[in-house]
Design a protein around this ligand. Structure first.
Ligand code: 3PG
Length: 210
């Protein structure tokens, strides 16, 4: 784990996973996250707006730690990096996409949910992976057992994380940070409920520091 980026993420401890339908929601959303104490976001390539949202946030809020999520192709890696992302997150381990990033020294957090995936990452020199989908894959018990042999690997559990189980993940020494969407629900974004996003973000940040 040599990138300063991962050090920053390990201090923030929480990565909001964002789905935005409209470019104009990007800045109010980023400001709400930042005001709630989370100066970071993973903007997912699940909508056409991802690229424009990354551009808007990186231009106006250059201090925000900005990642691109649900990246499924090398073309999306290029698009995300050109739009201002500083790291890539993938739901699964696609060797083409992962090698593309590694070759270009683009930080990537690939998704895995078994030891084979962990070793695929290690074989490419990566020691930070996303544990996805965390809860459906066995949750804290699974992560604890799976991480035991890989003392150098840090995990970003994502998928089914909520205020109810956040702390049990963060308490594991192998966990770098947790990903989640509960503080940035798509319908809140669509309805412009940015104050609510700020408040729930603040509660989530408080849970991380308790
Ligand atoms: C992701 O892409 O990382 C997940 O969809 C986030 O999972 P969650 O919605 O259960 O937090």
């Amino acid at each position: 784990m040599n990138q300063p980026l991962f050090n920053t993420l390990s201090q923030i401890r929480l990565l909001p996973v964002v789905v935005t339908e409209k470019e104009e929601d990007a800045l109010p959303l980023a400001r709400a996250l930042s005001a709630g104490g989370l100066p970071c976001a993973e903007i997912t390539y699940r909508t056409q707006a991802a690229s424009a949202c990354l551009k808007a946030i990186s231009r106006e809020m250059p201090d925000m730690l900005l990642g691109a999520g649900t990246v499924l192709s090398c073309a999306q890696v290029d698009d995300a990096m050109a739009s201002g992302a500083s790291f890539i997150v993938t739901p699964g381990f696609n060797p083409k996409v992962v090698e593309y990033c590694v070759d270009r020294k683009i930080p990537i957090i690939p998704g895995i949910n078994n030891p084979t995936g962990v070793e695929a990452a290690l074989s490419l020199g990566l020691d930070v992976v996303k544990f996805f989908p965390a809860e459906a894959s066995g949750g804290v018990a699974m992560l604890k057992a799976m991480s035991a042999p890989y003392t150098q690997v840090r995990f970003v559990p994502t998928g089914g994380i909520s205020p109810a189980n956040l702390f049990s993940y963060l308490a594991l020494p192998c966990v770098l940070a947790c990903g989640g969407s509960w503080m940035v629900k798509s319908d809140w974004i669509a309805q412009g409920q940015f104050d609510r996003i700020r408040d729930v973000t603040r509660e989530a940040v408080n849970l991380c520091t308790r």
